[in-house]
Write a protein of this length. Structure first.
Length: 85
């Protein structure tokens, strides 16, 4: 990049999609409509940018901590597709 430096950070494979249940709920309810003939469609946008890399703190597994990494959007999309079936 000319006179500028770029940092190199790891790109680990995604292990979990944290909001998978919210995505699943949106998809399940987007085509059902509300019974009045007006079908509402929702298109969740997920994993497009690869997400924000976080890790769980071992001593407190419900606590997330940001990590210096990037998540490959293709790998994240494949994980999403696998989890949604």
């Amino acid at each position: 990049d000319g006179e500028y430096f770029r940092r190199v950070v790891p790109s680990p494979p995604p292990l979990e999609i944290l909001q998978i249940e919210a995505i699943r709920t949106l998809l399940e309810h987007s085509s059902s409509g509300d019974g009045d003939g007006d079908t509402k469609r929702v298109l969740p946008i997920a994993c497009g940018g690869g997400g924000i890399p976080v890790s769980r703190i071992p001593a407190r597994p419900t606590t997330l901590q940001g990590v210096e990494a990037v998540i490959d959007k293709d790998a994240c999309g494949a994980k999403l597709a696998t989890e949604l079936g």
